[in-house]
Design a binder for this molecule. Structure first.
Ligand code: 2P0
Length: 321
């Protein structure tokens, strides 16, 4: 048997963040999160299940890699399909190199779709989201396009993402400011666990995010960019407060991240509707309108370099290619 399938999934940026697991094996989060899938950054993955293989192999951007997480994920797929067969996985990240946005979200969403189809499982999108979640939490959201909520649930069956607005008919997009870092960031999986384990503010983060989610969904229904941005920025800073308050403390901010956040606050002083969010790395992402993007780019280019400003519109869900 030899079965080859390719899939594409786009990355997503959370407006309400996922930061901590109540079940590490099944990847069940402490709080619901909500994200925007982007058009600009995506992963293409081809999976070939082949009964002549004696182990899984994985190629990222044509280079062979050892990655235990990929094989562990394929074990979940094999288990669901009740088939004992190895695979060749070939992934290409369509994210500008050095962007630091190469995300496990697009990677595991594309792998979940390609692998499940290649092994003969024909999953609906809910079950695909549950499967993608087993690879990486944020990947559960990249199965869908547009604005997507990951409902935390309690167990493997009820923790999955649902689309809130797959097609967005109002003016919201993002600009990612690429910021170089010489330091290796603490990966998000260890970072979030360290916050859960040691930050005295962790429980408050969860409670506060639950309130933010309610306000965020209301702001989205009102198509109110200003409220969406305000809530997202505040939510992101509260997430980062759990890293600063961890013991020992750590941070994803670097001096240029702070400079970027200041520049966005300055733009707001000028009356521009723009807000920032940050994830487990130094890049800063701006939530803004398409209409005001040219002005923001003009103002930020001298500070960060035109090539370091990447505009991304809302993007689609995972598809076979
Ligand atoms: C998010 N992040 O909601 C948050 C905000 C980073 C900061 O989801 O351990 O790579 O594989 O489930 O999905 C990154 O975490 O972590 C993430 P795992 P994942 O987008």
């Amino acid at each position: 048997m030899k079965n080859k399938i390719s899939a594409r999934a786009h990355t997503n940026i959370a407006l309400i963040k996922y930061w901590g697991k109540q079940n590490k094996d099944l990847i069940i989060p402490y709080n619901n999160s909500l994200s925007l899938t982007l058009d600009h950054f995506y992963t293409d993955t081809t999976v070939t299940f082949d009964d002549t293989l004696t182990e899984d192999t994985f190629f990222l951007n044509t280079k062979q890699k050892k990655d235990k997480k990929v094989s562990a994920f394929l074990d979940v797929v094999r288990n669901q399909a009740q088939k004992n067969i190895y695979a060749k996985v070939e992934s290409v990240n369509h994210v500008p190199t050095s962007a630091g946005l190469a995300s496990s979200a697009s990677a595991y969403a594309a792998l979940a779709l390609a692998a499940s189809q290649a092994i003969g499982l024909n999953l609906n999108r809910r079950d695909l989201s549950r499967l993608a979640r087993r690879g990486s939490g944020s990947a559960s959201r990249s199965i869908f396009g547009g604005l997507v909520e990951w409902e935390k649930g309690h167990n493997d069956e009820d923790s999955f993402a649902v689309p809130m607005e797959e097609t967005i008919d109002w003016d919201i997009q993002m600009i990612a400011i690429m910021i170089n870092s010489h330091e290796k960031a603490i990966d998000s999986r260890s970072g979030m666990q360290h916050s859960v384990d040691t930050s005295p503010f962790y429980n408050d983060w969860v409670k506060s995010s639950e309130r933010d989610l309610i306000d965020m969904k209301k702001a989205i229904l009102e198509k109110n960019l200003e409220k969406v941005g305000q809530i997202a920025e505040n939510n992101a800073m509260k997430m980062h407060a759990t890293t600063l308050s961890a013991n020992p403390s750590f941070t994803y901010f670097n001096p240029d991240s702070i400079r970027a956040m200041d520049a966005i606050r300055d733009l707001r002083q000028e009356g521009i509707t723009c807000y920032f969010t940050m994830d487990a790395g130094p890049n800063v992402k701006i939530i803004c309108s398409k209409a005001e993007t040219p002005y923001i780019l003009k103002k930020l280019s001298p500070l960060f370099g035109e090539k370091n400003l990447l505009v991304a519109k809302p993007g689609p869900g995972a598809t076979l290619i």
